[in-house]
Design a binder for this molecule. Sequence first.
Ligand code: GLN
Length: 194
Amino acid sequence: MNIAVLALQGAFIEHERMLSALGVTATELRRKSDLKTPFDGLIIPGGESTVQGKLLRELELLDPIRRRIENGLPVFGTCAGLLLLAKAIRNDNRSYLATMDIVAVRNAYGRQLGSFYHEGSFRGLGRLPMTFIRAPYIDSVSDGVEILAECGGKIVAARQGNQLVTAFHPELNRDLSVHAYFADMVRAHQAVRC
Ligand code: GLN
């Protein structure tokens, strides 16, 4: 199994470390020609959604990645990655990949509570460390979206088919369980394809 990590900006190296700790091969996706290397899943890291979105467009990666996700490629977006996958952002009129039926709120916790740590329960995985950095949350989800975690009454992790998002950064803690959960999604998708 080979999981690509979008490596244009943000915390991509941290995701690669998590995958390597799980014994999963990671490849960096930086340019259009990297799409020729087969990969079974994709991680979109945290960082700055506006910068990543602009680069995705300029590098002509946005449409091909969107098509792959629509065709079932398992994808995991953290923080800015969640914003890139959201169909709509309530306080921003931009949208990017727009493949997941969620409405997100950008920089949702405001300046005062820009970054914080929380331990909360994640459906099926128990209690997890959750590090939030100028994080979004999910304001609403459509039918077919499973809510996986909430923090202070706000949705902070969700799944729709092969798309997984977290508003927090599991790659910044030692706990590998969210990455293992995603690796299982990728494995299950491979099994269906064979
Ligand atoms: N606030 C950032 C954005 O709007 C996301 C922050 C993050 O990824 N840690 O893209």
